[in-house]
Design a protein around this ligand. Structure first.
Ligand code: ASP
Ligand code: MG
Length: 471
């Protein structure tokens, strides 16, 4: 069997659902399990509706109903689905009314609310698939064994989920049914609905794949796979043919909008290949994520950047030979619930980075007792994922490019995962730098200097990049 996961844009309206149905049909022989996100921006709309109810006592689900009802009408679905959807909308409306009256919105209620997005989309898609003679069945994830803890908004699946999912889904598949399962959601042991974190449908899909020992899991998106850079910054970006789980995870952590960062874990353990495909362009080969990445020697795989980073510099001679100094320092961040991303240390100084969502007031005051603290805002992390066994070569070229475009690198860290080199620059410099790095490592255009290769041959193009070309 295989798992096919389709994201929100892939099921955004009737036309996209028709398209998805054809993609599923084309692989029906491989016994697909389909996992879906909510249609389009449904999750965002539900969260907005919840805020409206909470803050303004205003309840309206029109904006939510409209795209779903339109899809039902366009797909000419029968009264059965309409009744089912009506019930869901009634529940959703009632919940929102409750919030508007009590002016209270807990994590538990929020998870319950957003779960409606996926519950709606699977019912519509499965009904359409049935009308197209696919033996599809809409299933809520909890009915096939998705059990999580009670951390609402970022629930962790319990280990027993794997066994339950395998036994229930394999039975369904054996009956010749194509299950269409809600991504993103689960239930805790008390029966409360939970969510796995934004973008969590990827994780639902890889969990199913690992549990059922699937041949592969296909993650269908609206781009031709994992790209060498963010196409909004580098229009020239092209798909990476093959990449390892570690590399893909690093890219996800450092800002590439490819996969949920945690989604790689289950398949990494089970060794299940993950294929990232484009539902708008099913013929494109996509990116294959597996244990071994692409062919060597490819100097780098991809470049990514994340904006809005805070850089904290701590300098203290007290640090010299002081056991426990770093422990003390990090415990302040831990106490404030702040997660630190990159770290670089010398004998007397420590630099670290954080997402700029944190208020550093308390931490700064505490740390000032043991070090001179300087907080620098408006920074960006630029991450290069590639063969770090050739790090000297890569670093030399990165710094050459930086010098060429007049950018000063403010901190460097080479990830312990052995696949990433990250460095800090000013926010406003990041896009130009990413462009210059991409030009350097991947050449001008497919068919340009690095050579007439079809998109997807990215793995090799790094090889052709002449030293100092961008410098
Ligand atoms: N619908 C959820 C979200 O938008 C989960 C997902 O799409 O994976 O975050
Ligand atoms: Mg989504």
């Amino acid at each position: 069997m295989i798992v096919m996961k389709f994201g929100g844009t892939s099921v955004a309206d009737a036309e996209r659902i028709r398209n998805v149905t054809e993609i599923v049909r084309s692989q029906e022989k491989r016994k697909p399990v389909v996992v879906l996100s909510a249609m389009g921006n449904t999750t965002d709309y539900i969260l907005e509706a919840a805020e409206d109810a909470l803050k303004r006592g205003f309840v309206s689900i029109e904006k939510l109903e409209e795209p779903h009802l339109k899809a039902v009408a366009d797909l000419e679905l029968g009264p059965l689905v309409k009744t089912e959807l009506k019930t869901l909308f009634w529940e959703l409306g009632s919940l929102l009314t409750g919030i508007s009256l009590t002016r209270e919105l807990t994590g538990r209620t929020r998870d319950c609310l957003v779960s409606f997005g996926e519950r709606l989309s699977v019912r519509i898609a499965a009904a359409y698939m049935k009308s197209r003679k696919i033996k599809a069945q809409a299933i809520d994830a909890w009915d096939v064994g998705f059990v999580s803890d009670s951390s609402f908004g970022r629930a962790e699946l319990k280990n027993e989920s794997f066994v339950r999912i395998a036994s229930s889904l394999l039975t369904v598949i054996a009956e010749g049914i194509t299950p269409v399962i809600t991504g993103f959601i689960a239930k805790d042991e008390n029966g409360n609905i939970t969510t796995l974190g934004r973008g969590g449908s990827d994780l639902s899909a890889t969990v199913i794949a690992a549990a059922c020992k699937a041949e592969e899991v296909q993650v269908w998106k609206d781009v031709d796979g994992i790209l060498t850079a963010d196409p909004k910054i580098v229009p020239d970006a092209r798909p990476v043919e093959k990449i390892s789980y570690e590399e893909a995870a690093e890219l996800a952590y450092f800002g590439a909008q490819v996969l949920h960062p945690r989604a790689m874990q289950p398949c990494m353990k089970s060794g299940t290949p993950v294929l990232v495909k484009n539902s708008y362009n099913p013929k494109a080969p996509g990116t294959r994520i597996e244990i071994k990445g692409g062919k060597e020697p490819s100097l780098i795989r991809a470049i990514t950047s994340r904006k809005n980073i805070i850089l904290v510099d701590l300098v203290s001679t007290y640090m010299l030979g002081q056991p426990g100094y770093l422990a003390r320092l990090f415990s302040e961040f831990a106490a404030a619930g702040i997660s630190v991303d990159m770290v670089a240390t010398s004998e007397v100084s420590v630099s670290l980075t954080l997402d700029a969502v944190h208020d550093l007031g308390v931490v700064k005051r505490e740390l000032s007792r043991i070090a001179a603290v300087e907080v620098k805002t408006d920074k960006a992390i630029v991450t290069i994922v590639g063969d770090v066994r050739r790090s000297s070569e890569i670093l030399e070229q990165i710094f050459g490019v930086c010098r060429g475009v007049g950018v000063q690198v403010q901190m460097v860290s080479q990830g312990a995962s052995k696949v990433n080199i990250s460095f800090i620059v000013n926010d406003e410099e990041a896009p130009e730098l990413v462009k210059a790095l991409h030009r350097h490592f991947f050449g001008e255009k497919p068919g340009g200097k690095t050579g007439g290769k079809p998109a997807g041959k990215t793995g090799e193009s790094g090889k052709g990049s002449g030293r100092g070309k961008g410098a």
